[in-house]
Design a protein around this ligand. Structure first.
Ligand code: IPM
Ligand code: MG
Length: 381
């Protein structure tokens, strides 16, 4: 049958790409040592929707906190234009080539949210720019901290960022009018590096527990592999206890006030990590408040956890968007490249503002504007 041979060819192409990826992972280099760089280049990408407005404010805070380094030339903030849905649609690429080339000249990136076309939208079916950037720059660890001290919550999620259901997410196909197929994958190298990152983080930060979240009872082959690798690596860390949960019951336990306190570091495949981190962020005030780090060996990208909020822009409310998430991302970025003190200053200022709430961001003109909020944060720095 013609359609079967077409499907087989597509499948073969996907497998060959993944086998090539495995070879590249095997020859991965040592991580970037930021201290050895003469000048650290921070790329600033506004993105779509509310992205440019909130990213500009995060940039202002970094300019303030890193002013000595910027003056000395040891840090460069470089604005990179062009990662917009219009440009991406025009060239039918998740990241236009010229933008990708510019990104690759930076060491770390601060990225505003980008619009992801969904099936049935007027935009062409291009892949999400986030997902593409994670793959192109091999940003395999999506690190998402969630803290709500008053509720005893201090979680750090290590979401696998380059595999699972996302690896070939835009390469699924319709075999015929009745049969649609998507794929999920797990590789030994890809799983080992995220699981090791979670345990190393736990060790370095005096955490005593790492929890794996899968659905290995049903998704037996790929999640089964993920879990097996977790168990094996856990044995190398005798001081850290290891436990395993299925994603369904985990979503329930996160709202159980007694159980949820105990979780510390969680490691999970891509899609479960996507879903669970949105739920988790809700405990500290919603996705607008959480930053997200995408870390690879060579590059790292820091972003707001939320989307581009096209509705806010359509209704003319972008100046009232909450910039907290991208500001947390900027704090994570500074810590990642060695400016721990500046990062802590920013986090503490944000904590103060959120606790005191002298002004409030509501997303609407009755609340504070993004500029007023930034002034407020600046005063607390
Ligand atoms: C996230 C987002 C993205 C994802 C979307 C925008 C593609 O939800 O960073 O969690 O699914 O990874
Ligand atoms: Mg998400």
């Amino acid at each position: 049958m013609e359609k079967l041979s077409v499907a087989k060819q597509k499948f073969e192409k996907i497998l060959l790409e993944q086998l090539g990826r495995i070879e590249r992972m095997k020859s991965d280099n040592a991580p970037t040592d930021y201290r050895s760089l003469e000048s650290i280049i921070i790329g600033i990408v506004g993105g779509d929707g509310i992205g440019p407005v909130i990213t500009e404010q995060a940039k202002r805070l970094m300019e303030f906190l890193l002013k000595d380094e910027i003056a000395a030339g040891t840090v460069v903030l470089r604005v990179i234009e062009g990662l917009t849905i219009e440009n991406r649609a025009a060239v039918a690429k998740a990241i236009p080539d010229d933008v990708l080339a510019e990104l690759m000249k930076c060491h770390v990136i601060l990225k505003g949210p980008t619009t992801t076309p969904e099936a049935g939208s007027p935009w062409p079916n291009i892949e999400s720019a986030n997902v593409a950037m994670r793959k192109e720059l091999d940003l395999f660890a999506n690190v998402r901290p969630v803290r709500a001290p008053e509720q005893g919550i201090d979680w750090t999620f290590f979401r696998e960022n380059t595999e699972g259901a996302y690896a070939v997410g835009s390469k699924g196909f319709e075999v015929d009018e009745n049969l649609a197929v998507d794929f999920t994958i797990a590789t030994t190298q890809g799983t080992e590096r995220i699981v090791r990152a979670a345990f190393e983080y736990a060790k370095a930060n005096n955490k005593t527990r790492v929890t794996a979240v899968t659905k290995a009872n049903v998704i037996k082959t790929t999640d089964g592999k993920f879990l097996r690798i977790c168990r094996a690596i856990a044995k190398e860390y005798p001081g850290i206890s290891f436990d395993e949960w299925y994603i369904d019951i985990m979503t329930a336990k996160l709202i159980d006030p007694k159980r949820r306190k105990g979780f510390q570091v969680l490691v999970l495949p891509n899609l479960y990590g996507d879903i669970l981190t949105d739920e988790a962020a809700e405990f500290q005030g919603g996705v607008g408040t959480a930053g997200s780090a995408n870390i690879g060996r060579k590059y790292a990208m820091f972003e707001a956890i939320h989307g581009s909020a096209p509705r806010m822009v359509k209704e003319g409310r972008e100046d009232y968007a909450d910039p907290s998430s991208i500001m947390r991302a900027a704090a994570m970025l500074m810590s990642h490249i060695g400016f721990e003190r500046q990062s802590e200053r920013l986090n503490r200022a944000l904590d103060d503002c959120m606790k005191e709430r002298a002004i409030e961001i509501t997303g609407r003109p009755l609340g504070a504007s993004v500029y007023e909020w930034t002034e407020y944060v600046m005063k607390k720095l």
